[in-house]
Design a protein. Structure first.
Lengths: 309, 401
């Protein structure tokens, strides 16, 4: 494939997909180990009302208010889940189910009630994003990567996603030791003076930021898949956290690239004419990775359990 | 208009939808209760998302076979098959790998849903059959509901209810104590499978009305709501069915009464309103009841401590204590105890002394364990026992010397 075709049409969506996948997979590792894997699911549902409210308030589709709205909704959801869990003495899973379905329903209702037909804002878009449309029309080939004129017209999602990824990496690098200790032994972490509650909240907020940024670019379904599948696959490959994070990044990148290629070119190879949803395909490929890891990963069974149990 | 909606006067379609929704809500509430009591509420999320690929494949097959691809029974059959596969994958992941159930739920729901979306775009690009309406399965669409659709939903709901009725006892036992159930010789795994199968049936039946993303709400919210009102599992099951049915009926009627009110989200919001009401107002487990209980406790502590202070001639500065004592007529405005107050105070101090004896006596250990500084000693010991203690500590004495 030539650079003239690849750079403008496929390079940016692929990069955005990779960045989004890695940004979600990194906190996903810790969420998985802390048995909070479904936080990603909850967050990706509740950002819908946040985005719709931001749109209704500002009256336009622009990135920052929507990101703020989505982040606000995520915080509201976390607070609500915690409040319902404590006030009603309900198990966390059910409390989460109550909150995220209600907020999602509210988002759908607001969307239907408001006049958003003129703008590109609908539930389907929120679910599967529009990765394919994030093309870089000003690029003419690989040389454009060095051309400041063309670089100015990069899709805004690319630098934003890259920035989010850097932020997520920074959070994990800065709090690496504390995160690691509190993930495996919260009581011990507390005796060492680590504020585990704050740290847990920080992790959830980091995950929410990654989810919201990725949601804007690639839709919510990829977010849920990337929070769980790469980390779960990596968990089957190793017992060491460092190695697990490395594996999860590998799985995430593989899923993003392979999924994008399969979605874009797979139908053509099979004789079809149009591409299929890239976000859906990336999620599917990550599931394939998990299936392989669950079947053949060296550390797939529970530690201490005899084989075959 | 609203009254018309509630009394089913809004035409054929609205009536069909309202009755179908109420049946569905009842079935979902009852089934969801077992799931909630088993602490596996979010499994329904995986099941519902896993239906999407099945719907799409069934549509493709039916369209390729020459039909219009929108036969509801066919689509529901497809969704049931793929939900079953998703459920099997989830069980396999939790049983055979180190993944916890929540990770397995998330993996299944995201991968199946992603694959379903791929298939949806395939259907769009192939341009076969009457694709309009297929996306309605995401969020439900009741606009074009046919009589045959309603029949499918009603039959599905009725079969689900019948199955629950037949298997409620073993399911309750497994939900509360799977180990005990296994020890009794019940096939716990098969009962779990049946529970999931019922959830799957409700999900599949509900796809048309509330859509696969929001059916989870109908399974979880009524059960959680009902739990506030009762501590008995059979009552919770019935209440959950009632709440689910009411919410679905009101929601369907509301959504028919005005334009741009999608049925699924309205039903979910109505059930959340019922939930919020229960959270605050339910007796015993509700927030209001807890606040009242706390305030009652606080008043008892303050009154008791105030009486003890009066008896020992100590000055009281705490404003709540003063207010309570005055309101009970035990204290005059100038801070001097009334006759009644003096009597009550002496009694309180004497009870405290009696408790001291009880707590120092090894043979009275069981009674002493009930001491919390508030309990009246008469409710724990017999008159004879109290007289015995009084004999030991002697008659009333002047406290201030």
């Amino acid at each position: 494939m030539s650079g003239e075709e690849f750079v403008p049409l496929s390079l940016t969506p692929m990069l955005i997909g990779v960045f989004a996948a890695v940004a979600c997979a990194l906190p996903g590792n810790f969420l998985l180990l802390r048995r909070q894997a479904l936080i990603g699911d909850a967050i990706s549902h509740v950002v819908l009302p946040g985005i719709v409210v931001a749109f209704l308030l500002t009256g336009m589709i622009s990135a920052w208010p929507m990101m703020l709205g989505a982040a606000g909704a995520a915080v509201v959801a976390v607070v609500l889940i915690e409040a319902i869990r404590r006030l009603g003495r309900i198990e966390p899973g059910a409390a989460m189910g109550v909150v995220f379905t209600t907020m999602f329903a509210l988002g759908v209702l607001l969307l239907e009630q408001s006049d958003t037909s003129a703008v590109h804002l609908d539930v389907e878009h929120a679910l599967y994003g529009n990765l394919e449309s994030l093309i870089w029309l000003d690029a003419t080939g690989w040389g454009s990567l060095l051309d400041p004129q063309a670089l100015r017209y990069l899709p805004i999602e690319l630098p934003r996603m890259a920035l989010t990824l850097v932020g997520v990496c920074l959070f994990i690098a800065l709090f690496w030791r504390a995160l690691k200790i509190s993930t495996f032994d919260e009581g011990f972490a507390r005796t060492m003076g680590i504020r585990t509650n704050l740290l847990g909240l920080g992790l959830v907020i980091t995950a929410a930021v990654a989810a919201v940024a990725a949601f804007d670019a690639v839709g919510s379904i990829i977010v849920i898949a990337m929070f769980i599948c790469p980390a779960a696959s990596a968990r089957m490959m190793t017992n060491r956290l460092e190695a697990q994070i490395g594996w999860s990044v590998g799985f995430a990148v593989l899923a993003a690239v392979l999924g994008y290629v399969l979605a874009g070119y797979g139908p053509l190879w099979l004789g079809g004419q149009d591409a299929v949803s890239a976000a859906g395909m990336i999620a599917t490929v990550s599931g394939g990775g998990l299936a392989v890891a669950a079947k053949c990963g060296p550390c797939r069974s529970r530690a201490g359990a005899p084989a075959g149990v | 208009m609203l009254l018309d909606a509630f009394t089913l006067q809004l035409g054929y379609n609205a009536t069909l939808v309202a009755i179908g929704a109420a049946l569905l809500g009842t079935a979902a509430g009852i089934t969801g209760t077992f799931l909630f009591l088993r602490k596996r509420a979010l499994v329904s999320d995986a099941v519902s998302h896993a239906t999407l690929p099945g719907v799409c494949i069934a549509f493709l097959l039916m369209a390729l076979a020459g039909g219009d691809g929108r036969n509801l029974a066919g689509l529901l059959l497809g969704s049931a098959v793929s939900a079953g596969i998703g459920l099997w994958c989830m069980n396999w992941l939790t049983r055979n790998t180190r993944l916890a159930e929540d990770a397995a739920i998330g993996a299944v729901l995201s991968v199946f849903f992603g694959f379903g979306i791929v298939l949806l775009t395939v259907i769009q690009t192939l341009g076969v059959g009457q694709k309009a309406g297929l996306e309605g399965f995401l969020l439900g669409s009741t606009a074009g509901m046919l009589y045959s659709d309603a029949l499918v939903i009603a039959a599905g709901g009725a079969v689900t209810l019948l199955l629950v009725l037949l298997t409620r006892r073993p399911m309750t036992l497994v939900a509360f104590d799977p180990e005990y159930a296994a020890a009794r010789g019940l096939p716990v795994e098969r009962i779990d499978l049946l529970m999931m199968g019922l959830v799957m049936a409700v999900t599949v039946v509900g796809l048309k009305i509330v859509g696969l993303i929001l059916i989870v709400a109908l399974l979880i919210i009524p059960a959680v709501t009902a739990r506030f009102w009762s501590e008995r599992s059979d009552h919770v099951v019935l209440l959950a069915g009632l709440f689910g049915g009411i919410a679905a009926y009101i929601g369907a009627a509301l959504s028919a009464s005005a334009p741009n009110l999608p049925t699924g989200p309205i039903i979910v919001l109505v059930s959340f309103a019922l939930f919020a009401l229960s959270l605050f107002l339910a007796p015993n487990r509700g927030v209001l009841a807890a606040v009242l209980r706390h305030m009652r406790f606080q008043r008892r502590v303050h009154l008791r401590q105030g009486l003890l202070a009066l008896a020992q001639g100590q000055a009281i500065y705490e404003s709540l204590t003063l207010r309570l004592l005055r309101r009970a007529g035990l204290l005059r405005a100038d801070g001097v105890a009334t006759a009644k107050g003096q009597a009550r105070a002496a009694k309180a101090l004497r009870d405290e002394r009696r408790w001291e004896v009880v707590r120092g006596d090894v043979t009275q250990e069981a009674a002493a364990a009930l001491y919390d500084g508030l309990r009246d000693i008469e409710t724990v010991l017999t008159v004879d026992q109290i007289q015995e203690i009084d004999r030991r500590i002697g008659g009333p004495r002047e406290v201030l010397s």
